[in-house]
Design a protein around this ligand. Structure first.
Ligand SMILES: NC(=O)C1=CN([C@@H]2O[C@H](COP(=O)(O)OP(=O)(O)OC[C@H]3O[C@@H](n4cnc5c(N)ncnc54)[C@H](O)[C@@H]3O)[C@@H](O)[C@H]2O)C=CC1
Ligand SMILES: CC(=O)C(=O)O
Ligand SMILES: [Mg+2]
Length: 543
């Protein structure tokens, strides 16, 4: 595939010959760029390098991303994107993505119209809860950019069809407002009708200017996450990644983990007891997704709900607690009347869960005592510390293996390297919504579905859980390997499209009339691939 640029098929401009050295080929330049990346120190330096590469040579950037996903994704996404967001005002180098400011209220349409047409997928954050790092305000843009890089890498969405947005409405984090280099508006966040009106104008303008657009809400603080999903989901093609994408990815991993755990215990799937440490947008989103799935197995909603326990910063959530927030009420326990249970060990000893899921933002919260309590009552305890980035993860993979003597069935939100314990190599699952949103978005775009329904999301989860191949199953993985993400996204997209068709909300007759094999081929055929060769030949700097 390596083509010498000394003999281009198309005569190149003189400036091209003078600016590119004679002995550069596509292949060695990809290698050179990788060497440059690897000589940077891990973390932010590598993020900044890749960010610069994307700006000056997008084709090369995507080529490298696609052929080295396992290495590059942790830089563009969790954990490193967490640092990029935390320090974005300080590392900012050039305009990227789109900021819509609260100061633009009344003019949002004009701003969007100035952007190139053709956006098909947008990730929108207001920066109010970036990963587990809290309110980062306008520094949140890299999360939208990182998620859209995954759309390109994982689902083959064309880069020019992606639109990363940060809604710059203010921040309640004082240190940013006081930072002279902070890039956002210096005010606290609007509440109530001011924010609602801004969101109404924004969503209406988005659908008018980009009629084909799918919108993914990302990292909104708890209350706004639930509120704006409910408000807009029947009017626009929108989903919330933290509530629905996470619900789907954890359901999928839980199904595989429960199969492994039940093979040892004999416990039927519907009798697993699941303890959620963290009851915010993602915790409650996952819990509701599990209830919905259990009801499909034949349980009533009440029966399904009984299998679920939720814990927040005040301990086990019970219905008698005063001032309980609305989103916590559904799962509040009515069967515990004793003194408030506030310590996680006490809660684990009381509930005796088969699965412990962490979505709390509290790094290291699953202590040795907690993990050993899980291991005492379960041959194969399911423990998913899902908070991001790594600094907020409730349990490291190494500790999980050590403290359970390798018996744990584990998945974390951010990646961990394999662990060798007593001569056996164990691999961590990555329970991250990155397995879901690229395929969900692709399925919605291709089927031209009007809305994104709960059933579409659930079908996506089931497609993911059954996408593991023989080798992955034999290694007791709970998620497929990330380097197969495009195949997986195609299967997820197909499941999403089929459900849209079943519900009669699709609008693509061609896809509807294909059988599954043909449809999968159609979907993979639509995936964009970087074309680095033509870039070097023609010396074109942009896609
Ligand atoms: N792995 C994945 O794909 C995903 C992971 N997450 C991670 O989950 C975490 C939470 O995200 P959200 O639910 O959106 O945040 P959130 O702010 O809505 O919820 C956090 C929850 O944790 C609880 N909490 C806080 N301190 C606690 C303590 N000391 N003990 C027990 N509970 C405590 C809060 O009461 C709240 O219920 C974040 O770190 C985020 O990165 C979120 C979405 C997807
Ligand atoms: C993965 C993700 O969406 C989060 O941590 O918020
Ligand atoms: Mg998120």
């Amino acid at each position: 595939m390596s083509v010498s640029v000394m003999s281009p098929a198309v005569p190149a401009p003189i400036s091209f010959y003078t600016s590119i050295p004679p002995h550069i080929t596509e292949t060695d330049h990809v290698q050179r760029s990788l060497v440059q990346l690897r000589t940077k120190s891990k973390g932010l330096e590598q993020y900044i390098f890749l960010n610069g590469l994307k700006e000056r040579d997008p084709s090369l950037f995507y080529q490298i991303l696609l052929s080295n996903m396992m290495e590059i994704i942790p830089i563009l996404y969790t954990p490193t994107v967490g640092d990029a967001c935390s320090f974005y005002s300080h590392i900012w180098r050039h305009p990227e993505g789109l900021y819509i400011s609260i100061k633009h209220k009344g003019h949002i349409r004009q701003i969007l119209r100035a952007h190139p047409a053709g956006a098909k997928i947008s990730v929108v954050t207001d920066g109010s809860r970036i990963l587990g790092l809290g309110d980062l305000g306008a520094n949140g843009l890299p999360i939208s950019i990182g998620k859209l890089d995954l759309y390109v890498a994982g689902a083959g969405i064309r880069p020019s069809s992606t639109l990363p947005i940060c809604l710059d409405v203010g921040t309640n984090t004082k240190k940013f407002i006081e930072d002279p280099l902070y890039i956002g508006v210096r005010q606290t966040r609007p509440v109530g009708s001011e924010m609602d009106e801004f969101m109404e104008e924004f969503m209406s303008a988005m659908s008018e200017v980009f009629p084909e657009l799918v919108v993914q809400f990302e990292d909104f603080s708890t209350e706004n996450a639930f509120k704006y999903l409910d408000l807009f989901r029947s009017r626009y093609r929108v989903f919330n990644d933290d509530i629905q994408g996470t619900g789907a990815v954890v359901l999928s991993g839980f199904l595989n983990a429960a199969r492994i755990s039940s093979a040892a215990s004999g416990l039927p799937l519907s009798e697993h007891r699941i303890l959620f440490f963290g009851a915010g947008s993602s915790g409650i989103g996952v819990a509701k997704q599990l209830v919905s799935f259990f009801t499909e197995l034949g349980l009533s909603v009440d029966e399904a709900k009984k299998q679920i326990y939720t814990v927040d910063s005040k301990g086990l959530i019970t219905a008698d607690r005063e001032g309980l927030q609305e989103h916590k009420k559904f799962f509040a326990r009515t069967d515990y009347q004793g003194p408030a249970l506030t310590s996680l060990v006490d809660i684990v000893n009381h509930v005796k869960p088969t699965a412990l899921l962490g979505l709390s933002t509290i790094g290291g919260a699953f202590t040795e005592e907690v993990v050993k309590a899980m291991a005492a009552t379960n041959n194969r305890p399911i423990i998913f510390p899902l908070s991001n980035p790594v600094s907020k993860c409730e349990l490291s993979f190494q500790d999980a293996i050590n403290w359970t003597n390798g018996r744990v069935v584990f998945a974390s939100g951010s990646p961990y390297n394999p662990v060798i314990y007593e001569g056996t190599t164990y691999e961590a699952g990555q329970g991250n919504n990155m397995y879901m949103f690229p395929g969900i978005g692709l399925g919605v775009i291709l089927s031209k579905a009007k809305h994104i329904t709960d059933a579409m999301v659930e079908k996506a989860a089931i497609a993911l859980s059954s996408s593991l191949n023989e080798e992955e199953n034999s290694r007791e993985l709970v998620y497929p390997r990330l380097n197969r993400i495009r195949d997986i996204s195609a299967q997820v997209a197909l499941a999403v499209a089929r459900e849209a068709q079943k519900e009669g909300i699709d609008n693509n007759i061609v896809l509807r009339n294909l059988n599954d094999n043909e449809a999968l081929k159609h979907i993979t055929g639509k995936m964009w691939k970087p074309c680095y060769e033509s870039h070097l030949k023609l010396g074109v700097g942009r896609l």
